[in-house]
Design a protein around this ligand. Sequence first.
Ligand SMILES: *Cc1c(COP(=O)(O)O)cnc(C)c1O
Length: 413
Amino acid sequence: MTTAEIAEMQKDYLMPTYAPGLALVEGSGTSVWDADGNEYLDFVSGIAVTNIGHCHPAMVRAVQDQVETLVHVSNLYYNEKQPQLAKALAEHSGLPGAKCFFCNSGAEANEGLIKLARLWGSDKGKYEIITMRQSFHGRTLATLTATGQEKVQKGFGPLPEGFAYANFNDLQSVEDAIATQTAAVLVEALQGEGGVVPADPEFLPGLRKLCDEKGILLLCDEVQCGMGRTGKWFGFQNYDVQPDAFSLAKGLGNGFPIGAIVAGEKLADTFHVGHHATTFGGTPLACSAALSVIGVVEEEELLANTMMMGAYLVEGLCEISVKHKKWVSGVRGLGLLLGMVLDVPALPLQKKLQKKGMLALATAGNVLRLLPPLNVSQEEIDQALNLIGEACEELHEEMAALSPNPCRCGMGE
Ligand SMILES: *Cc1c(COP(=O)(O)O)cnc(C)c1O
């Protein structure tokens, strides 16, 4: 089918919840191809999902082998892949006594974290979860309520009770929000959807101390920043902090749907038989996919590559930013979860890049989010930087043609 045919059919048969522009039909490594045969350099990675690149041979093999052996049995029975995956995650988490629960998506993992915190607090009169403004935690009713953005909540009331909000990177505002009913603080080490905003160096350690003083839980949403994306296995490890539990999804299965809760010793045995369950969670197939991802990150030393390529990409982006400082204010992020922060909407830049054969993601209005796979090469980054440089040049000229001072109108330039 051509892109036009696919788009027409989608219009007739799918709820219009998304507004895709491209129809992608094939991928390999950092490249994807559309239905009309055009190739793109993929710096979106399915929104921080395909961390080891498209169709990595190790994952293809693991999934093929498993699909021929055993796909699903339910959690009524043991399957050896589940404890193997849990062990690997527990060890990489560094949380003493860590145990896992497997589910199918990020929202479901966070929903599980919320249940875990509530059950932990149920005999203490504690149930409320404090989350951050501009956070993102998912689209189920509980997780969209946890999400500190009114635009995802509007129209879906009445929302579940038991959530309060504080400002990210503002310890005082979290302290002010804590009350006798507070059970937990839930936070991203780096807000992805919120515009690629990393926690300040003091924020997470400060939260850890505050939560300990108040006798409440610190929970991390690692759905986007986990699994090596920031150059550490988990985002909180950049801050030398241990949460009581955290959620995973996106990069865990490299596109095979799987989510997880990893809980340290305080919460590892809080759920008992009957407290929480899912039919699909942790199938042999999903766990095999995730185990192959962890194997590749270890064997190909992708944490080191993420740090190195991240630093290299930042350097190149900074050069472009300086060149266009009239309308680009800078670069931020950790590892290969990076944002180029503009003073103008980022969507025109995203569109321009797509025309040139590169996928990037406009986020939070004015941020161009860049999420190449963790095994991206220096040549691919050079290619991306060339395209971004060209696109910025063109955008700059177009804006200049519109107005003599197009970029910081009213900002005293
Ligand atoms: C994407 C995301 C989620 C939601 O994950 P889904 O798999 O889409 O339900 C939750 N938290 C964060 C930080 C995310 O980036």
